[in-house]
Write a protein that binds this ligand. Structure first.
Ligand SMILES: [Zn+2]
Length: 340
Protein backbone atom coordinates (compact mmCIF):
# COMPACT_ATOMS: atom_id res chain seq x y z
CA UNK A 1 0.00 0.00 0.00
CA UNK A 2 1.32 3.38 -0.96
CA UNK A 3 1.62 6.07 1.71
CA UNK A 4 -0.69 8.22 -0.43
CA UNK A 5 -3.72 5.92 -0.63
CA UNK A 6 -6.13 8.45 -2.17
CA UNK A 7 -6.98 8.31 -5.89
CA UNK A 8 -3.97 9.90 -7.57
CA UNK A 9 -4.07 11.70 -10.89
CA UNK A 10 -1.22 12.40 -13.30
CA UNK A 11 -2.17 14.82 -16.07
CA UNK A 12 1.29 15.54 -17.47
CA UNK A 13 3.22 12.48 -18.44
CA UNK A 14 5.20 11.91 -21.64
CA UNK A 15 5.13 8.41 -23.12
CA UNK A 16 8.66 8.64 -24.52
CA UNK A 17 10.05 9.68 -21.12
CA UNK A 18 8.28 7.08 -19.05
CA UNK A 19 9.33 3.71 -20.50
CA UNK A 20 10.97 0.80 -18.68
CA UNK A 21 14.70 1.06 -19.30
CA UNK A 22 14.93 -2.74 -19.77
CA UNK A 23 12.21 -2.62 -22.40
CA UNK A 24 13.86 0.23 -24.29
CA UNK A 25 17.13 -1.71 -24.23
CA UNK A 26 15.46 -4.87 -25.47
CA UNK A 27 13.57 -3.05 -28.24
CA UNK A 28 16.80 -1.32 -29.33
CA UNK A 29 18.69 -4.63 -29.44
CA UNK A 30 15.94 -6.29 -31.47
CA UNK A 31 16.06 -3.42 -33.95
CA UNK A 32 19.84 -3.19 -34.12
CA UNK A 33 19.89 0.33 -32.69
CA UNK A 34 22.78 1.41 -30.47
CA UNK A 35 21.77 3.21 -27.28
CA UNK A 36 24.05 5.66 -25.46
CA UNK A 37 26.08 3.82 -22.85
CA UNK A 38 25.99 0.61 -24.93
CA UNK A 39 25.01 -1.83 -22.15
CA UNK A 40 21.76 -1.82 -20.17
CA UNK A 41 23.58 -0.49 -17.11
CA UNK A 42 25.45 2.03 -19.24
CA UNK A 43 22.21 3.30 -20.70
CA UNK A 44 20.67 3.55 -17.25
CA UNK A 45 23.69 5.60 -16.13
CA UNK A 46 23.43 7.84 -19.21
CA UNK A 47 19.80 8.63 -18.39
CA UNK A 48 20.73 9.36 -14.81
CA UNK A 49 23.63 11.64 -15.77
CA UNK A 50 21.69 13.53 -18.39
CA UNK A 51 18.57 13.96 -16.27
CA UNK A 52 20.40 16.72 -14.43
CA UNK A 53 20.67 18.78 -17.58
CA UNK A 54 21.91 22.31 -17.97
CA UNK A 55 18.72 23.37 -19.75
CA UNK A 56 15.38 22.14 -21.04
CA UNK A 57 16.82 21.85 -24.51
CA UNK A 58 19.72 19.71 -23.30
CA UNK A 59 17.27 17.60 -21.28
CA UNK A 60 15.30 17.02 -24.47
CA UNK A 61 18.36 15.38 -26.07
CA UNK A 62 17.71 12.37 -23.84
CA UNK A 63 14.70 11.64 -25.99
CA UNK A 64 16.73 11.06 -29.17
CA UNK A 65 17.42 7.38 -28.52
CA UNK A 66 13.85 6.43 -27.54
CA UNK A 67 12.65 8.23 -30.65
CA UNK A 68 15.01 6.17 -32.83
CA UNK A 69 13.62 2.99 -31.31
CA UNK A 70 9.91 3.81 -31.22
CA UNK A 71 9.25 3.75 -34.95
CA UNK A 72 6.88 0.80 -35.26
CA UNK A 73 3.42 -0.05 -33.98
CA UNK A 74 4.54 -3.00 -31.83
CA UNK A 75 7.02 -0.93 -29.78
CA UNK A 76 4.56 1.93 -29.27
CA UNK A 77 1.83 -0.47 -28.21
CA UNK A 78 4.13 -2.27 -25.79
CA UNK A 79 5.49 0.77 -23.98
CA UNK A 80 2.00 2.26 -23.67
CA UNK A 81 0.60 -0.94 -22.16
CA UNK A 82 3.58 -1.24 -19.79
CA UNK A 83 3.31 2.37 -18.69
CA UNK A 84 -0.33 1.84 -17.77
CA UNK A 85 0.67 -1.22 -15.76
CA UNK A 86 3.39 0.79 -13.97
CA UNK A 87 0.98 3.64 -13.19
CA UNK A 88 -1.59 1.21 -11.84
CA UNK A 89 1.11 -0.36 -9.64
CA UNK A 90 1.81 3.11 -8.17
CA UNK A 91 -1.86 3.52 -7.27
CA UNK A 92 -2.60 6.08 -9.97
CA UNK A 93 -6.36 6.15 -10.61
CA UNK A 94 -6.38 8.35 -13.69
CA UNK A 95 -3.67 9.51 -16.07
CA UNK A 96 -3.38 11.35 -19.34
CA UNK A 97 -0.40 10.08 -21.31
CA UNK A 98 0.89 12.39 -24.02
CA UNK A 99 3.02 11.73 -27.07
CA UNK A 100 3.89 13.41 -30.37
CA UNK A 101 2.77 11.23 -33.31
CA UNK A 102 5.12 13.06 -35.71
CA UNK A 103 8.19 11.74 -33.84
CA UNK A 104 7.28 8.17 -34.78
CA UNK A 105 6.96 8.50 -38.56
CA UNK A 106 10.64 8.05 -39.54
CA UNK A 107 10.26 4.46 -40.72
CA UNK A 108 6.94 4.34 -42.50
CA UNK A 109 4.26 4.86 -39.86
CA UNK A 110 1.84 7.71 -40.48
CA UNK A 111 0.87 9.92 -37.57
CA UNK A 112 -2.51 8.21 -37.59
CA UNK A 113 -0.79 4.78 -37.46
CA UNK A 114 1.24 5.95 -34.46
CA UNK A 115 -1.91 7.18 -32.72
CA UNK A 116 -3.67 3.87 -33.45
CA UNK A 117 -0.72 1.94 -32.00
CA UNK A 118 -0.75 3.96 -28.79
CA UNK A 119 -4.51 3.50 -28.54
CA UNK A 120 -4.04 -0.26 -28.98
CA UNK A 121 -1.50 -0.17 -26.13
CA UNK A 122 -4.01 1.76 -24.06
CA UNK A 123 -6.65 -0.91 -24.69
CA UNK A 124 -4.22 -3.65 -23.75
CA UNK A 125 -3.06 -1.83 -20.62
CA UNK A 126 -6.59 -1.04 -19.45
CA UNK A 127 -7.75 -4.59 -19.99
CA UNK A 128 -4.96 -5.92 -17.78
CA UNK A 129 -5.35 -3.16 -15.17
CA UNK A 130 -9.06 -2.49 -14.73
CA UNK A 131 -8.55 -0.21 -11.71
CA UNK A 132 -7.03 2.64 -13.69
CA UNK A 133 -8.44 5.01 -16.31
CA UNK A 134 -6.15 6.48 -18.95
CA UNK A 135 -6.63 8.89 -21.81
CA UNK A 136 -4.18 10.04 -24.47
CA UNK A 137 -3.06 13.52 -25.53
CA UNK A 138 -1.42 14.14 -28.90
CA UNK A 139 1.38 16.71 -28.90
CA UNK A 140 2.44 19.05 -31.63
CA UNK A 141 6.15 19.82 -31.40
CA UNK A 142 8.26 22.94 -31.32
CA UNK A 143 11.58 21.82 -32.81
CA UNK A 144 12.75 25.12 -34.29
CA UNK A 145 11.11 28.03 -36.05
CA UNK A 146 7.46 27.07 -36.56
CA UNK A 147 7.96 26.73 -40.33
CA UNK A 148 10.28 23.71 -39.87
CA UNK A 149 7.47 21.27 -39.03
CA UNK A 150 4.36 23.28 -39.77
CA UNK A 151 2.79 20.58 -41.93
CA UNK A 152 3.56 17.86 -39.39
CA UNK A 153 1.95 19.93 -36.63
CA UNK A 154 -1.09 20.62 -38.78
CA UNK A 155 -1.33 16.87 -39.40
CA UNK A 156 -1.26 16.31 -35.62
CA UNK A 157 -4.26 18.64 -35.30
CA UNK A 158 -6.05 16.56 -37.93
CA UNK A 159 -5.10 13.25 -36.27
CA UNK A 160 -6.32 14.55 -32.92
CA UNK A 161 -9.59 15.50 -34.60
CA UNK A 162 -9.85 12.12 -36.33
CA UNK A 163 -9.52 10.16 -33.07
CA UNK A 164 -10.99 12.76 -30.70
CA UNK A 165 -13.36 11.35 -28.07
CA UNK A 166 -13.88 11.42 -24.32
CA UNK A 167 -12.47 7.92 -24.09
CA UNK A 168 -9.20 7.69 -26.02
CA UNK A 169 -7.50 10.76 -27.50
CA UNK A 170 -8.88 13.66 -25.52
CA UNK A 171 -6.72 16.73 -26.22
CA UNK A 172 -4.06 18.47 -28.24
CA UNK A 173 -0.85 19.92 -26.76
CA UNK A 174 2.23 21.77 -27.97
CA UNK A 175 5.47 20.41 -26.50
CA UNK A 176 9.18 20.57 -27.22
CA UNK A 177 11.65 23.41 -27.00
CA UNK A 178 10.50 26.77 -25.72
CA UNK A 179 11.68 30.18 -26.79
CA UNK A 180 13.11 29.51 -30.25
CA UNK A 181 10.47 31.76 -31.79
CA UNK A 182 7.66 33.67 -30.08
CA UNK A 183 4.91 31.27 -29.03
CA UNK A 184 2.35 33.36 -30.92
CA UNK A 185 3.81 31.98 -34.17
CA UNK A 186 1.91 28.78 -33.38
CA UNK A 187 -1.44 30.55 -32.99
CA UNK A 188 -2.96 29.36 -36.31
CA UNK A 189 -2.53 25.72 -35.24
CA UNK A 190 -4.50 26.36 -32.07
CA UNK A 191 -7.07 28.37 -34.03
CA UNK A 192 -7.66 25.31 -36.21
CA UNK A 193 -7.93 23.06 -33.13
CA UNK A 194 -10.39 25.50 -31.58
CA UNK A 195 -12.45 25.49 -34.76
CA UNK A 196 -12.60 21.68 -34.45
CA UNK A 197 -13.68 21.93 -30.82
CA UNK A 198 -10.64 20.06 -29.47
CA UNK A 199 -9.48 20.34 -25.88
CA UNK A 200 -6.20 22.26 -25.85
CA UNK A 201 -3.10 22.45 -23.67
CA UNK A 202 0.19 24.23 -24.28
CA UNK A 203 3.63 23.89 -22.71
CA UNK A 204 4.64 27.40 -21.63
CA UNK A 205 6.29 29.40 -18.88
CA UNK A 206 8.85 26.75 -18.01
CA UNK A 207 12.19 27.83 -19.44
CA UNK A 208 10.54 31.02 -20.73
CA UNK A 209 8.86 33.79 -18.75
CA UNK A 210 5.22 34.68 -18.09
CA UNK A 211 4.78 36.20 -21.56
CA UNK A 212 4.56 32.69 -22.99
CA UNK A 213 1.86 31.78 -20.47
CA UNK A 214 -0.10 34.85 -21.53
CA UNK A 215 0.33 33.83 -25.18
CA UNK A 216 -0.78 30.26 -24.45
CA UNK A 217 -3.84 31.59 -22.66
CA UNK A 218 -4.66 33.69 -25.71
CA UNK A 219 -4.97 30.46 -27.74
CA UNK A 220 -7.89 29.39 -25.53
CA UNK A 221 -6.17 26.50 -23.74
CA UNK A 222 -7.70 25.24 -20.50
CA UNK A 223 -4.40 23.98 -19.07
CA UNK A 224 -0.78 25.03 -19.21
CA UNK A 225 2.08 22.52 -19.19
CA UNK A 226 4.35 23.79 -16.37
CA UNK A 227 3.48 27.50 -16.54
CA UNK A 228 5.10 28.31 -13.18
CA UNK A 229 6.75 31.49 -14.49
CA UNK A 230 3.29 33.04 -14.42
CA UNK A 231 4.26 33.68 -10.79
CA UNK A 232 6.33 36.68 -11.86
CA UNK A 233 3.18 38.44 -13.07
CA UNK A 234 0.58 38.56 -10.26
CA UNK A 235 -1.98 40.25 -12.52
CA UNK A 236 -1.77 37.35 -14.96
CA UNK A 237 -2.08 34.91 -12.05
CA UNK A 238 -5.33 36.64 -11.09
CA UNK A 239 -6.62 36.39 -14.64
CA UNK A 240 -5.68 32.72 -14.94
CA UNK A 241 -7.28 31.98 -11.56
CA UNK A 242 -10.47 33.69 -12.70
CA UNK A 243 -10.54 31.55 -15.84
CA UNK A 244 -9.60 28.44 -13.85
CA UNK A 245 -6.61 27.72 -16.07
CA UNK A 246 -4.93 24.71 -14.50
CA UNK A 247 -1.16 24.58 -14.13
CA UNK A 248 0.44 21.19 -14.68
CA UNK A 249 3.37 21.48 -12.29
CA UNK A 250 6.09 18.81 -12.52
CA UNK A 251 8.41 19.66 -9.62
CA UNK A 252 11.33 17.33 -10.25
CA UNK A 253 11.41 18.06 -13.96
CA UNK A 254 11.50 21.79 -13.22
CA UNK A 255 14.46 21.34 -10.86
CA UNK A 256 16.30 19.02 -13.26
CA UNK A 257 15.81 21.41 -16.17
CA UNK A 258 16.96 24.28 -13.95
CA UNK A 259 13.80 26.26 -14.59
CA UNK A 260 13.52 26.55 -10.80
CA UNK A 261 16.52 26.60 -8.50
CA UNK A 262 15.25 24.16 -5.88
CA UNK A 263 12.13 22.56 -4.45
CA UNK A 264 11.87 25.12 -1.61
CA UNK A 265 12.16 27.98 -4.10
CA UNK A 266 9.45 26.58 -6.38
CA UNK A 267 6.41 28.90 -6.30
CA UNK A 268 3.79 26.15 -6.65
CA UNK A 269 2.42 26.52 -3.12
CA UNK A 270 2.15 30.30 -3.53
CA UNK A 271 0.34 29.85 -6.81
CA UNK A 272 -2.13 27.48 -5.15
CA UNK A 273 -2.70 30.03 -2.41
CA UNK A 274 -3.26 32.71 -5.04
CA UNK A 275 -6.21 30.68 -6.29
CA UNK A 276 -4.73 28.92 -9.29
CA UNK A 277 -5.77 25.32 -9.91
CA UNK A 278 -2.29 23.87 -9.37
CA UNK A 279 -1.80 20.17 -10.12
CA UNK A 280 1.21 17.93 -9.43
CA UNK A 281 2.53 15.61 -12.13
CA UNK A 282 5.63 13.63 -13.08
CA UNK A 283 6.40 14.75 -16.67
CA UNK A 284 8.85 11.89 -17.37
CA UNK A 285 8.84 9.02 -14.92
CA UNK A 286 12.02 7.36 -16.18
CA UNK A 287 14.02 10.41 -17.19
CA UNK A 288 13.18 12.15 -13.93
CA UNK A 289 13.27 8.89 -11.94
CA UNK A 290 10.11 9.80 -10.08
CA UNK A 291 6.60 8.60 -9.53
CA UNK A 292 3.76 10.62 -8.03
CA UNK A 293 4.58 9.44 -4.49
CA UNK A 294 8.10 10.89 -4.84
CA UNK A 295 6.65 14.19 -6.06
CA UNK A 296 4.21 14.28 -3.13
CA UNK A 297 7.16 13.68 -0.77
CA UNK A 298 8.87 16.74 -2.24
CA UNK A 299 5.61 18.68 -1.90
CA UNK A 300 5.24 17.89 1.79
CA UNK A 301 8.91 17.94 2.82
CA UNK A 302 10.38 20.73 0.73
CA UNK A 303 7.74 22.79 -1.04
CA UNK A 304 5.56 23.95 1.82
CA UNK A 305 2.46 21.92 1.01
CA UNK A 306 0.39 20.14 3.64
CA UNK A 307 -1.62 16.92 3.31
CA UNK A 308 -4.90 18.62 2.42
CA UNK A 309 -3.14 20.52 -0.37
CA UNK A 310 -2.46 17.14 -1.98
CA UNK A 311 -6.17 16.38 -1.79
CA UNK A 312 -7.05 19.83 -3.16
CA UNK A 313 -4.54 19.50 -5.99
CA UNK A 314 -5.87 16.08 -6.98
CA UNK A 315 -9.37 17.57 -6.98
CA UNK A 316 -7.96 20.33 -9.22
CA UNK A 317 -6.61 17.58 -11.48
CA UNK A 318 -9.97 15.82 -11.58
CA UNK A 319 -11.71 19.05 -12.49
CA UNK A 320 -9.17 19.93 -15.19
CA UNK A 321 -8.93 16.38 -16.56
CA UNK A 322 -10.51 15.45 -19.85
CA UNK A 323 -12.33 12.56 -18.24
CA UNK A 324 -15.97 11.52 -18.25
CA UNK A 325 -18.11 13.40 -15.76
CA UNK A 326 -19.30 10.33 -13.86
CA UNK A 327 -15.69 9.30 -13.22
CA UNK A 328 -14.83 12.88 -12.21
CA UNK A 329 -17.63 12.91 -9.64
CA UNK A 330 -16.65 9.51 -8.29
CA UNK A 331 -12.97 10.46 -7.89
CA UNK A 332 -13.70 13.85 -6.30
CA UNK A 333 -16.12 12.27 -3.81
CA UNK A 334 -13.51 9.69 -2.89
CA UNK A 335 -10.75 12.32 -2.55
CA UNK A 336 -12.91 14.30 -0.12
CA UNK A 337 -12.90 11.35 2.29
CA UNK A 338 -9.10 11.57 2.60
CA UNK A 339 -8.98 15.05 4.15
CA UNK A 340 -7.29 15.22 7.51
ZN1 LIG B 1 5.97 18.11 -20.67
Amino acid sequence: MTKYPFPKIDLHLHLDGSFRVETMYELAQERGIALPGETLEGYRQFLFDRSNAESVNEYLEMFNAPTDVLQDAASLQRITAELIEDLAACGVRYAEIRFAPQLHTHKGLSQADAAAAVLAGREEGLKKNPGIHVNIITCMMCVGPETVNWDANMETVEVCRQFFSDDGIVALDLAGAEGIVPLTHFAPLFAKAKEYGLNMICHAGDSQDWVTVRDAMSFGVSRIGHGHHIYENPELVRKAAEKKIALEICPTSNIQCKTRASYPLHPAKNLLQMGLPVTINTDNMVMARVNLDDEYDHCLNEMGFVWNDLIDMNINSARAAFMKDDLRKEIIAELETFRR
